[in-house]
Design a protein around this ligand. Structure first.
Ligand code: NAD
Length: 332
C-alpha cells in the first residue's frame, strides 16, 4: 500500500521509515498538515497517516473517501480531532496507537512541575550569565503536598505512582474508577479534589464532556495558589479563565504541554514571525507559567512504539485482518 503521512518532521520520518523496513508498504512523507486545502495530496495513496493537529472533520473525511482512502492511521492516542461519525459514514476506518509510553507523558509532567516549582529554567539562564544569585527561586517541597490526578488511565496511574514516590498525598478523580489506581490514591469527587489539591494534573481525553473541564467556576473552587498542569489536550482548560486566575493569584502556577489553539503554532519554528495569538502571547508573559510545545510524548521508546504499531495496523488492513486498534464512534 502507499501511505500519505501528514505533519511529518524529520524525526517522524526516521522512526516510521525504520519500522517500514519490516513491511512492504511505501510511505510518502509530507510536512503539510492535513486539512481541506492539502487533502488533494492523498491522490494515488491507499491510506493516510495523521497526527494530533491535522483536521479530520467531515469535509476532509468525505474527500479522503472520494480519493479511495480506506484507512486513517492516527499516530497518537488522543483522537479528538477525528470526526468518527463522519469516518463511519464515508467508510474510512480509523486506527490509533492507544498505548505507547505512558511513562513518556507522566515523566514530562513531573519535569514540568519540578521546573516550574524550583525555577530550573530561570536558573539555567541566570547561571549562563554569571549570575549565581538564587533570589526569586524559592520553591516548595512536593513531599507532604496533596496531588490531584484527573483521569486515572494509563498515564494518570503512572503519574500517581511517581507522585507517591515523592511522598505526596494523591487524590484521584475519574468517572470510571480503576482497581489498580485505588492502590495509588483516594478516589474523591472532582470538587473535593480541586478544593484540597496543591497541584492538579489533567490526564483525561478531550471529549465534548471534558471540553473546558477547567473553567472559571472550577478554577474558583481550587485551593488558592495551587498549580495546574495540563499535558493531555489544550481544550480541557479555558485558557482565558486560566489567565484571569493567574492575574488574581487564584492560580499559583500553570504548566502546559498542550494549548487549545496550538494547531499551526506548536511543532513549528515561528521565531522569525510575529505571534498572532494574543491569548498565547499573554500566557507567555507570566513568570509562573511554563509552556512546552506538545512534547510530552517525545521519547525514543514512544516514537518506536508509535511507528511499529502504526505499521502493524496498516499491514493488517492491507491483508484484510482484524484491526485491533480500530476506533469507532460510540452510539449516542
Ligand atoms: P487512557 O484512555 O488510558 O485514560 C484516560 C482516562 O480518562 C480514563 O480512565 C477515562 O475514564 C478518564 N476520563 C474520561 N472522562 C473523564 C472525565 N470527564 N474526567 C476525568 N477522567 C475522565 O488515556 P491515557 O493514555 O492515560 O492518555 C490520557 C490523555 O493524554 C489522552 O487522551 C491524550 O489526550 C493525552 N496525551 C497527551 C500526550 C502529549 O504528548 N502531551 C501524549 C499522549 C496522550
Amino acid at each position: 500500500m502507499k501511505i500519505a503521512c501528514f505533519s511529518t518532521k524529520p524525526y517522524d520520518e526516521k522512526f516510521l521509515s525504520a519500522a517500514a523496513e519490516n513491511f512492504s508498504h511505501e510511505m510518502v512523507f509530507l510536512e503539510h498538515r492535513l486539512d481541506a486545502s492539502t487533502v488533494v495530496l492523498v491522490d494515488g495513496c491507499d491510506a493516510v497517516c495523521a497526527f494530533v493537529n491535522d483536521t479530520l472533520d467531515a469535509s476532509v473525511l468525505e474527500k479522503l473517501s472520494e480519493f479511495g482512502i480506506g484507512l486513517l492511521a492516527m499516530r497518537c492516542a488522543g483522537i479528538n480531532n477525528v470526526d468518527l461519525d463522519a469516518a463511519a459514514k464515508f467508510g474510512v476506518r480509523v486506527v490509533r496507537v492507544p498505548r505507547y509510553s505512558p511513562y513518556a507523558v507522566a515523566e514530562h509532567t513531573v519535569g514540568l512541575i519540578l521546573t516550574l516549582n524550583r525555577k530550573i529554567h530561570k536558573a539555567y539562564n541566570r547561571v549562563r550569565e554569571n549570575n549565581f544569585s538564587i533570589d526569586g527561586f524559592l520553591g516548595f517541597d512536593l513531599h507532604g503536598r496533596t496531588f490531584g490526578v484527573i483521569g486515572t488511565g494509563a498515564i494518570g496511574r503512572v503519574l500517581a505512582r511517581i507522585m507517591n514516590g515523592f511522598g505526596c498525598r494523591v487524590l484521584l478523580y475519574d468517572p470510571y474508577p480503576n482497581e489498580e489506581a485505588k492502590q495509588l490514591g483516594e478516589y474523591v469527587a472532582l470538587e473535593r479534589l480541586l478544593a484540597e489539591s496543591d497541584l492538579v494534573s489533567l490526564q483525561c481525553p478531550l471529549t465534548p464532556e471534558t471540553h473546558h473541564l477547567i473553567n472559571a467556576d472550577r478554577l474558583s473552587k481550587m485551593k488558592r495558589g495551587a498549580m495546574l498542569v495540563n499535558t493531555s489536550r489544550g481544550g480541557l482548560v479555558d485558557t482565558s479563565a486560566a489567565i484571569e486566575g493567574l492575574k488574581s493569584g487564584q492560580l499559583g502556577g500553570f504548566a502546559l504541554d498542550v494549548y487549545e489553539e496550538e494547531s499551526g503554532v506548536f511543532f513549528e519554528d515561528l521565531s522569525q514571525e510575529v505571534m498572532q495569538d494574543d491569548v498565547l502571547s499573554r500566557l507567555m508573559t507570566f513568570p509562573n507559567v511554563l509552556i512546552t510545545s506538545h512534547q510530552a510524548f517525545f521519547t525514543r521508546e514512544a516514537l518506536e512504539t508509535i511507528a511499529q504499531t502504526t505499521l502493524q495496523s496498516i499491514d493488517a488492513f492491507s491483508r484484510g485482518e482484524e484491526l485491533v486498534n480500530e476506533v469507532v464512534a460510540t452510539p449516542s
